[in-house]
Design a protein around this ligand. Sequence first.
Ligand code: JAH
Length: 250
Amino acid sequence: MRIDVVSIFPDYFAPLQLSLVGKAISAGLLHVAVHDLRHWTHDRHHTVDDTPYGGGAGMVMKPEPWGEALDALLSSDDNPDDNRGDGGRDDTALDDTVLVVPTPSGHRFSQPIAQDLSQKSRLIFACGRYEGIDRRVIEHARTRVQVRELSLGDYVLNGGEVATLAMVEAIVRLIPGVIGNPESLSEESHSEGNEGLLEYPVYTKPPLWRGLEVPPVLFSGHHAQIASWRRQQALELTRRRRPDLLPRQD
Ligand code: JAH
């Protein structure tokens, strides 16, 4: 997979070189390129924002730098993987590319969406700032590639950068070969294997710590009892914290 990120704060993405995402890059499973939107400005002050038509607080990101940035990224001569030189389809074809725009007014990002995006050959993340990006940028981009405007949850950040980091991590860990033990993927919260429930509580040694015991069933060796205790715990936790995840009770 290839991931491009466009932002006015490219330094935010230094952490991508670390840990799991960094390992995926070293292993050759992932190519990440971070781009400064100001590269596609032409005025002396590298202006990316302007006042909103219709009035209102704050500033709006100008369409021209975004238009040029997306033109450049979507043209095959910017594409480091398109080195076949035969003009044929490469592994970052437009029909397998998604432009992701993190925004508080987007559809809610979720594990199924992460799963879907992890199968794409190319993702481009457009990180907005201020009050957002001129709407025509998204409208125009939709004529070129699939666009997904996505929100992590009902809170407002100062821009799309932190949301992009979260989404990239959620997506990259689902790429085959990125996580050593694929079983740990299907067991965790929000994956199919856990019936869509929250994860049960987990324990390790020592058996008694600061006066607190590990539930005895966990060293009973009765695998069926352990499984049923865990399912009970998962159900109860989900009922208390996230009743919205349970099948409707009517
Ligand atoms: C804020 C552009 N739901 C997380 C999230 C994602 C993006 C933004 N805020 C929150 C955001 C300002 C400008 C994007």
